[in-house]
Design a protein around this ligand. Structure first.
Ligand code: PA5
Length: 469
């Protein structure tokens, strides 16, 4: 594995004292870092922080690989039904480690693996549209929900279950569904048992956004031929790299400290992730969820109202140089940017030498697109730094399962540690739960709490004022 973490441009030496981090501020956090590290280690040992154990679960790897091999034999379409943490990890792996147009390739060029689709919403046009693209007899649905009650996932599951029943018959339906859920409880667990559906576990101590190395991420990845052992080896190596209690020696803790200080001392209330690589675009989505849902909290661990958390933003290099970068360079200096750079792309494409062009374009002749992209990254980094905008960078020597496993694991550790710095519970999501309860109430869930919520929602709706356009 070879990833480098470059934090030069976040420091005061590069962008000045008003916006850059003073190394002394990092050092001042050392004793807190020790305490947070101890808490994390205790939670790791007691099993509270389950994500630490996932890269070492060899039993799971064997089960996933066996199941994936069966699926690959007969299945032409693999559809993941899940939302949030139950979809983004797998999407991130598949985007990074398969052909960029995997689904459009003939089966042979897909190495005899199925096409893969992620349905993480309930838009009726999108759902019906997906049905038009596939023969259900050749399709396997992977229903992923830890709670087993998430309305979006359960709604699409019920819908496809019915369609499947008509298409393949009740006796065959179990060959077309794989459930990934809590192994002991929940409605989906109950349904899976009752209908003898194949299941894979999401451990109770693993939160959705920390589940990429569980069956949630591993099954879809293995189905499309990703080397999940190498992925997990990368995560294991990063686990070893991120064991030091010292901030300067632990890249995950150091980046958490840089972001925390940038937010709380320098007013950088937004954290932008900007990959300069199509394959890494979903890493930015995954990071946004991880950072937002883990750290955006009203209450501190001791129950005080704190309302903390940086707003994460996804930007794509070079595309967003023609959109958001204007704001980042000249608008409010309230962001810290994380670039993702790839040194050696898996494919190369060179701009041809053409004659008759104006001299203003001659410098493009014969240039590799990878070189162009990385020059754009360097130019953006340079401009931002000149404008005193803090930025850090992860540099991949190449996109490999090991490197990706390493980066995702680092970002998980970084988030857990940042939870300690902000003094919030990085593992819960009460703000998401409120929305889930309100949706159920609106749809007529029958419980005293739901009825009360429905009354609140009715009053809320009555206060609305409209203009007809
Ligand atoms: O990170 C989280 O915990 C959430 O984003 C969940 O993954 C999301 O709400 C889906 O939950 P579930 O897996 O229970 O369907």
């Amino acid at each position: 594995m070879a990833i480098k973490f470059d934090f030069t441009n976040a420091m005061n030496s590069a962008i000045g004292e008003a916006h850059g981090i003073n190394p002394r501020a990092i050092e001042a956090l050392e004793s807190r870092a020790q305490a947070i590290h101890q808490t994390i280690q205790t939670q790791r040992k007691s099993g509270t922080l389950g994500f630490y154990h996932l890269p070492y679960d060899d039993c799971l790897v064997r089960a996933v690989r066996a199941l994936a091999a069966t699926v690959r034999k007969t299945c032409e379409n693999f559809v993941v039904l899940g939302i949030g943490g139950s979809a983004l990890g797998a999407q991130c792996l598949c985007r990074a480690l398969t052909h960029p147009y995997h689904n459009l390739l003939p089966r042979k060029m897909r190495k005899n693996t199925p096409r893969i689709f992620f349905l993480d919403n309930v838009d009726p046009e999108q759902v019906s549209g997906l049905l038009n693209t596939m023969n259900l007899k050749q399709t396997v649905f992977n229903v992923v929900t830890k709670s087993g009650t998430t309305v979006e996932t359960m709604a699409t599951f019920f819908l496809f279950y019915n369609r499947l029943k008509r298409a393949v018959g009740a006796a065959q339906i179990d060959k077309h569904i794989i459930i990934t859920t809590d192994p002991h409880k929940g409605e989906l667990h109950r349904i899976a048992r009752a209908h003898r559906l194949r299941t894979l576990p999401i451990p109770d101590n693993v939160g959705g956004r920390f589940s990429v190395f569980s069956a949630v991420g591993l099954l879809p990845a293995a189905v499309v031929g990703i080397n999940i052992r190498a992925l997990l080896q990368g995560a294991q190596a990063m686990d070893k790299r991120c064991r030091s209690t010292r901030l300067w020696r632990n890249p995950a803790y150091l980046n958490a400290a840089i972001h925390y200080l940038a937010d709380t001392k320098k007013g950088k209330t937004m954290s932008v992730m900007m990959p300069y690589s199509y394959a890494l675009t979903v890493v930015a989505d995954w990071y946004c969820q991880l950072w937002a849902e883990s750290l955006g909290k009203r209450l501190s661990l001791d129950g005080r109202r704190v309302e903390v958390g940086q707003t994460p933003i996804k930007a794509i290099g070079a595309t967003d140089q023609h959109s958001q970068i204007q704001l980042y360079n000249e608008g409010p200096n309230n962001k810290i940017i994380t670039f993702l750079q790839v040194d050696k792309f898996r494919k190369q494409a060179r701009i041809p030498h053409l004659s008759g062009l104006s001299p203003s374009l001659h410098h493009l002749m014969g240039v590799e697109l990878g070189e162009l992209l990385n020059s754009e990254l360097l130019a953006t980094e340079f401009a931002l730094t000149k404008n005193k905008r803090p930025n850090v960078k992860f540099i991949f020597d190449a996109i490999t399962p090991e490197n990706l496993g390493g980066l995702l694991f680092l970002l998980e550790v970084q988030t857990a540690f940042a939870g300690g710095l902000y003094n919030v519970n990085a593992n819960d999501q009460p703000g998401v739960e409120e929305g889930k309860r309100a949706t159920n109430a609106l749809l007529g869930q029958d419980s005293p709490q739901a009825l009360q919520k429905k009354a609140e929602l009715d009053a809320f709706q009555k206060r609305k004022r409209y203009q007809c356009l």
